[in-house]
Design a binder for this molecule. Structure first.
Ligand code: CUK
Ligand code: CUA
Ligand code: CA
Length: 640
């Protein structure tokens, strides 16, 4: 063990002498490397001995009948959902539809879900696609408090909130004035009121710039396109304010004291072409002074764009040169950075280099000194900028001072010590800050450790989302799954212990102790305003051509088991499941009417449709509930 470790330290020394070749990747270099199949690129001096792979790690297998010890919340990517995993087994337990319809639960079909998703005047869904990248949960005292999670939709700039007591989406808000909503992070405390030691805001970055307002004017002047940083109220889900910035937003991080939020900017050039976005040698990480921004909003130092009523403050460089009043500080970081992550000790944000083989460590106390007027140069907030490998994307933490960064191009995870990196950067070239490297399969994007970005980071498990799986699973046609790999990080060396195929394509995820959540296992009738009071309440009522059909379900019977309407009627079916037994869910589908949804025990849902064809149409239970499940059906009779 110790000799392998020495080998790694030697790697680090060698690495510093080969800076020239590995300094950064330009556009052509990146494109060429990606095309060439990366597993061997950059191998020089950074592979460790194969025998270390044989080191036994902790067994992630969870035996039949046992429960996982962690929850994982995974973004689904362009399936538009959120996934719930048990960890360390990696078993997928649940999917929470948010932005896209889901025929299993009836998301986008029931009236209740359509009201959350948003509809056009004709009742159809406003959007039917979504692209989720980042999910983060609400905090209290620096740890998750089990209230909410939030997730972004990059395609239509929507933020969804998921209640963690029921694992359902309860609100969706569309952000005004932005496109390419990507990074998201809740705050962890209030910067002013120490009693508010929990999440009250969620910050949202937007990658793409547009004319403001984007109303058809100024489309040919790309130099005038702008991006905004957005704050959403965690409870009301209303957009509180936005900040006009220079450059764009990528990922978002927040400090544990609630004072600062930050976003990485890969397009400080404000370019609209691939080459333009990579023309500058350095880009930036923008820091937002939350207390000052809220004061500026309260004082009305704002403007609006187009139809949006959201107040916008000016966070541009030109308007924020004076540290005493600045709302935003721009820290220079190497070319086209990607992830920005907050270390669990609350001291640092770490920016991953992407096109630069470096990680940049920014000391938050120094950023606050700049805002406070006691530090002249904001760039001196950087306390380390060290080489770690090719294509750094995202960083996780073990709570013992180590960072774990994905190296997309090297197809590796690098474990490095933050304090050692700071000492190295300060001039002590004898310090070996790289602790370990591990090959993963292949091209990792996001990474996270159990409890990573909380004060309770526990250094047990590390999961990594590999973007390419290539040969790791049985071939199933041209579309390959992604490969989620699990790594034991309890020891000095990382040990790869499991891998699972996942449907493309998760990006970010969080892993936290199961004790932090106490989900409801059964609803209460009173949770739903439309709930039938009892089975007696079932039946058909009519008002003009609007018909309401109240249906009670008790396994294996629907009451009523038939109802009659007239062609052209607008029919609303309200169904309450009166079963009380945990897990006794019923489905409700109507033949040829494109309707299906489930109703869990003590839950009520409704659906509205036009009975536009005469005839007999069976409705039936789609969710296996009883030995007589197949008999659980009835007739909708549509008269001419
Ligand atoms: S981005 Cu996907 S690997 Cu959307 Cu978080 Cu970095
Ligand atoms: Cu009710 Cu199946
Ligand atoms: Ca750039």
């Amino acid at each position: 063990m110790s000799t392998e470790q020495g080998g790694n330290r030697a790697d680090t020394a060698e690495r510093t002498t080969t800076t020239g070749r590995r300094q950064f990747l330009g556009a052509a270099g990146l494109a060429g490397v990606v095309g060439a199949g990366l597993a061997t690129f950059g191998a020089a001096g950074c592979r460790r001995e194969p025998e270390s792979q044989a080191t036994a790690g902790a067994d992630p297998h969870v035996k039949p009948g046992e429960l996982d010890t962690y929850y994982g919340l995974w973004s689904g990517g362009h399936t538009g959902d959120l996934r719930v995993l048990g960890m360390p087994s990696g078993r997928e337990i649940h999917r929470v539809p948010c932005f896209v319809p889901d025929p299993l639960v009836g998301w986008g079909i029931t009236n209740e879900s359509k009201a959350i998703m948003g509809t056009n005047p004709d009742g159809s869904l406003k959007y039917t696609v979504g692209d989720t990248h980042h999910t983060h949960a609400s905090y209290r005292d620096g740890n998750y408090d089990g209230r909410y999670a939030w997730i972004n939709d990059k395609i239509n700039c929507r933020i969804a909130r998921i209640r963690l007591d029921t694992f359902t989406c309860d609100k969706i808000t569309e952000l005004p004035n932005v496109q390419g909503f990507h990074g998201i992070f809740p705050d962890k405390a209030d910067p002013v009121d120490p009693a508010i030691n929990y999440t009250t805001r969620v910050f949202c970055g937007s990658e793409f710039s547009t004319p403001l307002p984007n109303d058809g004017r100024g489309m040919n002047d790309a130099s005038a396109y702008r991006s905004l940083f957005t704050c959403v109220d965690a409870e009301s889900m209303e957009v509180r304010w936005q900040v006009l910035i220079d450059g764009n937003c990528d990922l978002v991080a927040t400090s544990f004291d609630g004072k600062l939020a930050a976003t990485n900017q890969y397009n400080t050039e404000m370019g609209v072409t691939f080459a333009d976005m990579m023309s500058a040698e350095r880009d930036r990480c923008a820091f937002f002074h939350i207390e000052r921004i809220e004061a500026a909003v309260a004082a009305g130092r704002t403007r609006t764009y187009g139809d949006s009523k959201v107040p916008v403050v000016d966070g541009t460089i030109a308007a924020n040169g004076d540290p005493a009043t600045a709302l935003v500080a721009y820290v220079s970081v190497p070319k086209n950075p990607h992830g920005v992550n907050a270390s669990p000790d609350g001291k640092y944000f770490i920016c991953s280099g992407k096109l630069s083989p470096t990680a940049t460590v920014i000391d938050l106390s120094r950023v606050l000194e700049w805002f406070g007027g006691t530090r002249e140069d904001i760039d001196s907030s950087i306390v380390a900028e060290v080489e770690i490998g090719l294509g750094p994307l995202h960083t996780a933490f073990d709570g013992r001072g180590n960072a774990y960064t994905t190296l997309f191009l090297d197809s590796q995870i690098v474990k490095w010590n933050v304090d050692a990196a700071i000492r190295f950067h300060a001039g002590d070239q004898s310090v070996a800050y790289v602790v370990d490297r591990l090959d993963v399969h292949y091209q990792p994007g996001h990474i996270n450790a159990s409890q990573s970005e909380t004060k309770a980071a526990d250094g047990q498990w590390l999961a990594v989302g590999c973007k390419f799986s290539k040969d790791r699973f049985l071939p199933a046609g041209p579309l390959h799954p992604e490969n989620e790999q699990l790594i034991d990080i309890r020891g000095e060396r990382m040990v790869l212990v499991a891998e699972h195929p996942v449907r493309p394509e998760p990006h970010d995820f969080i892993i936290f102790k199961r004790e932090l959540l106490t989900p409801k296992q059964v609803y209460q009738l009173s949770d739903f305003p439309l709930a039938l009071a009892s089975g007696e309440d079932a039946g058909v009522t009519r008002s003009g051509n609007r018909v309401t059909v109240k249906i009670a379900s008790v396994a294996p019977v629907f009451s009523p088991s038939e109802f009659t309407v007239r062609r052209g009627d607008v029919v609303t079916v309200i169904m309450t499941n009166f079963d009380t037994v945990e897990d006794l869910t019923h489905g409700f589908a109507i033949e040829k009417y494109n309707i299906n949804f489930i109703v869990n025990p003590q839950e009520t849902k409704s659906v509205t449709f036009r009975a536009d064809r005469t005839g007999v149409y069976w409705y039936y239970c789609t969710h296996f509930c009883h030995a007589l499940h197949l008999e659980m059906r009835g007739r909708m009779i549509v008269e001419g």
